[in-house]
Design a binder for this molecule. Structure first.
Ligand code: SF4
Length: 352
């Protein structure tokens, strides 16, 4: 251990660490539309808002989520209103936020809370986790932020902060349980909701993945990685497996009015329940070009590339003019393109 590391105070000082974080949060909290105004402690933010923001923020940046959150609430100001919406309308509003299973679960969760819990979210994590789309992280976040009850809210930000504070050498994802246990020791009884949000904000603005701004951090005296000048080397990560690539074809059919033919994708599977362009199966090898029907198909020279969580996709684009394609689906005006998943927007942009 370096001489500087020996000088740092033990990271195992839960009370002082949470007190430092709360003092920092009082001055540096981000202003976000799902939070209370600065300085307000009571009442808590609406559980509906906390839940909606947490679901939207999974894998999506705060900047992207802010206008979408506000638009969503204008359309469905209460959880009861969301429960009454059609799944089609919710999926359409979700377009571009990705991971459409989340939108289906969001809708199902709103219906369950409305029907089984009279529109009121339960406060216990075990009951929250029985609701569609709510896992460990979201249950803890709702309990802490909406109800100000102690909960260990651990996302990638908290893992990173804990790994640096303790200079944890075990790589992620193996270190997940260890980092979760470390984080649990710091959860305070006092203002646990603000404490959880303070870690989120520190991870987003100061203890960032690259180039952490340790000179602005309230935890420098407690941080082993900072003391040794190796903060950016943590958390350690196991070597990633390369994502495989799948291949397929996508078919653009226009009628004389310029409307575009979309089909509704099956409920189960990727982009389930969404409108989309007809495609072939997506396979590990380039599939033979089997068109959905005979005609004067034209191949577009540009390949459409898109990356999903577990694989890259490359699609060859084909187009044709047709008035009555023998497929299940319908023609939609070009204005509906906005509601399409990004993959299909890319296909249409590539050929426009
Ligand atoms: S001192 Fe630096 S590395 Fe340590 S928690 Fe703060 S920002 Fe992160």
């Amino acid at each position: 251990m370096s001489s500087m590391a020996q000088k740092i105070k033990s990271p195992q000082a839960p009370d002082s660490l949470s007190a430092l974080m709360l003092a920092w949060y009082d001055n540096h909290a981000r202003t976000l539309p799902w939070r209370l105004a600065k300085g307000a402690r009571s009442p808590r933010p609406a559980p509906y808002h906390v839940w909606l923001s947490e679901i939207m923020l999974q894998q999506t940046t705060v900047e992207t989520v802010i206008p979408r959150f506000q638009r969503f609430l204008r359309q469905w100001p209460t959880i009861e209103a969301l429960a009454l919406a059609s799944q089609e309308a919710v999926l359409k509003e979700w377009a571009g936020l990705g991971y459409y299973a989340r939108a289906r679960n969001l809708h199902a969760c709103a219906q369950r809370v409305t029907r089984q819990h009279h529109g009121v979210f339960p406060q216990e994590e075990a009951a929250l986790k029985k609701l569609p789309g709510i896992g460990d992280y979201t249950a803890a976040a709702i309990r802490a932020i909406a109800f100000d009850r102690p909960a260990n809210v651990v996302d990638g930000n908290v893992e990173r902060i804990m790994a640096r504070l303790h200079k944890e050498t075990m790589p992620l994802p193996m270190a997940k349980k260890r980092l979760r246990d470390l984080a649990a020791a710091y959860v305070p009884d006092k203002r646990p909701g603000d404490y959880a949000q303070s870690l989120m904000d520190l991870g987003a603005t100061v203890c960032t993945p690259q180039s952490p701004k340790c000179e602005r951090c309230p935890l420098t005296d407690h941080c082993a990685a900072h003391a040794d000048g190796v903060a950016a080397d943590f958390p350690r990560r196991a070597a990633k497996n390369e994502k495989p690539t799948r291949f397929g074809h996508v078919f653009i059919i226009r009628n004389k009015e310029g409307a575009i033919f979309f089909e509704r994708r099956p409920q189960k599977g990727l982009l389930g329940g969404m409108l989309g362009l007809p495609t072939s199966d997506w396979l590990a090898q380039k599939p033979p070009t089997r068109k959905p029907f005979k005609g004067q198909w034209q191949k577009h020279p540009q390949i459409v590339r898109h990356t999903f969580t577990h694989f890259h996709l490359e699609l060859t684009v084909w187009q044709i003019g047709h008035e009555h394609p023998p497929l299940a689906g319908a023609f939609y005006p070009p204005s509906e393109i906005e509601a399409l998943p990004t993959l299909f927007k890319k296909a249409l942009w590539s050929h426009s």
